[in-house]
Design a protein around this ligand. Structure first.
Ligand SMILES: Nc1ncnc2c1ncn2[C@@H]1O[C@H](COP(=O)(O)OP(=O)(O)O)[C@@H](O)[C@H]1O
Ligand SMILES: [Mg+2]
Length: 158
């Protein structure tokens, strides 16, 4: 059981997708050599409505017991990322006044927690802009699962 968890309910109607779910698990448990540095990022991309969010949600539920912390972030708008990041800091009792943090400090605080705590999974669902990629943690021993539209420049992890 994760000690810290922010995750919506499982979809009882979820079906199929064994290939995708196995591929995610395979990547996170046996990453290719060049990705041994952490955090690891697994992107689910494709057109809207194809089932990316559902795969991510199902993956999180199936493997939640493997993680110390599990956070779902709605990444469609900067506003939602900030809202969910505040929730993460509250969830882990991060010693700051969450209400007064500016966006940059908010992101830095979440990244700081992720850097100093192991075995987390963070899901960024519905990345629509390169700007949202700045919210991805760059350091720490964990896994990032993200969903995004096809044409996102995922290499632009600045
Ligand atoms: N594996 C699945 N099992 C059952 N329903 C699914 C599955 N994948 C998608 N759906 C249905 O299709 C809808 C769209 O899927 P979603 O994951 O939101 O697509 P995307 O994130 O790619 O836009 C979901 O709300 C759900 O009703
Ligand atoms: Mg989606």
């Amino acid at each position: 059981m994760p000690q810290f968890e922010i995750l919506g309910p499982r979809n009882p109607l979820f079906t199929g997708r064994a290939i995708e779910l196995n591929a995610i698990h395979q990547y996170f448990s046996h990453p290719p050599l060049e990705d041994r540095l952490v955090p690891r990022i697994y992107p689910l991309t494709g057109p809207s409505g194809i089932g990316k969010t559902q795969i991510a949600l199902e993956y999180a539920h199936r493997h939640r017991q493997e993680y110390h912390a599990l956070f779902w972030v709605q990444a469609t708008e900067t506003f939602f990322i900030e809202k969910d990041f505040r929730e993460i800091l509250t969830c882990v009792a991060f010693p700051v006044n969450v209400a007064t943090l500016r966006p940059r400090e908010l992101i830095a605080s979440v990244h700081s927690w992720l850097k100093s705590n192991p075995d987390w999974l963070i899901i960024f669902d519905g990345i629509t802009s390169a700007a949202a990629l700045t919210a991805l943690p760059k350091e720490g021993s964990g896994n990032i699962l993200l969903t995004a539209c096809d044409d996102l420049p995922l290499n632009a992890k600045t």
